[in-house]
Design a protein. Structure first.
Length: 325
């Protein structure tokens, strides 16, 4: 006997219906035709409901690819860059986007291994961090807190910005989150100093001393791949000046040279977020970066003490080894 269709009076009812149909299909193993007969909707409607359930993130499909690693490169990088832990993805013929997804999965599994109850996690921003968050899974931890370590970029892709990453990670880990209500960069040092004097901002900044695990991307100053250039926070002239001074990359907007020096006031004095000393003091600083253009930045970030754990791919690892050796 055909069941009556569920009346959809509001969005909550709609999502409940989508969840019910997705459960029948993915968990109970019913065919679309069987679900149609049970619910009273047509088979084509059931197919559209399943697509909508994926689009609304009611259903999340994960494909657990084998994540082959290069142990020899891992050991060499640990020794040369004095890192506490390194994971190097065997890249093979993977294209860049697939590689980034897989190092994101490696980063997520490593983050979960390092996590415990009451952990305070600091997050930066960017595609690599987004891939980690996207691959993260809940694990029943208690009282996890996520803190945004840099101001917001206000990019055209809010998914990779700090506030959204902090919110999503808190939801996945069942914890709380704190956002830094400022831009990433401002026009002048005086503007930055005025914002840092605001009591609400001071309350967020005070939490940085409690961070135990920092999840960060490692940025390059290559003009074609500079995220902060694309976001409009620095100009090509700024990047030219940074390169002339020896800068090779940044972590949380903190720029450094290949030897780990971090004295670049041309942009850093306009940055809002965690300080060099605060970041260095965090026990676990997990950097996630891949591709040949990140090799110099990985070496500089490690030597600057801004990362002490690393997840990367073979291409970046080999480039970093050549530079470090």
């Amino acid at each position: 006997m055909m069941a009556a269709k569920t009346p959809l009076s509001n969005v909550s009812d709609r999502y409940e219906l989508l969840a019910r149909i997705a459960s029948l299909y993915f968990e109970d193993g019913l065919s679309q035709a069987e679900i149609a007969a049970q619910t009273g909707y047509s088979r084509s409607m059931i197919s559209r409901f399943l697509t909508e359930a994926r689009d609304q993130h009611i259903v999340e499909i994960r494909i657990n690819h084998p994540l082959a690693r290069n142990r020899e490169l891992e050991q060499s990088l640990e020794q040369l860059l004095k890192l506490r832990g390194v994971q190097v993805l065997t890249r093979g013929a993977l294209n860049y986007s697939t590689m980034m997804r897989r190092i994101g999965t490696l980063g997520a599994r490593l983050t979960e291994d390092l996590l415990h109850d009451h952990t305070v996690i600091g997050v930066s921003w960017g595609t690599a961090v987004w891939e980690v968050v996207n691959a993260a899974r809940g694990g029943g931890w208690t009282d996890v807190q996520i803190v945004q370590m840099i101001g917001s970029l206000g990019t055209t892709n809010p998914d990779i910005d700090g506030p959204e990453l902090a919110r999503r990670l808190a939801r996945i880990f069942g914890g709380r989150y704190s956002m830094l209500p400022t831009p990433f960069f401002v026009d002048a040092r005086q503007t930055r100093d005025a914002l840092l004097g605001d009591p609400r901002i001071k309350r967020i900044l005070a939490q940085y001393a409690r961070i135990e695990l920092a999840l960060v991307g490692v940025g390059t100053i290559d003009p074609e791949r500079s995220s902060i250039l694309r976001a409009g926070y620095v100009t090509e002239q700024d990047l030219d000046e940074l390169r002339a001074l020896g800068a090779v990359g940044d972590v949380c907007g903190i720029h450094f040279d290949l030897d780990g020096g971090c004295d670049f006031p041309v942009v850093d004095e306009r940055r809002l977020g965690i300080s060099v000393d605060e970041l260095r003091a965090i026990p676990v600083k997990l950097g996630v970066a891949g591709g040949q253009y990140k090799a110099k930045a990985i070496v500089g970030a490690a030597r600057a003490g801004l990362i002490n754990w690393l997840v990367t791919d073979e291409v970046a690892a080999l480039g970093a080894l050549q530079l470090a050796a």
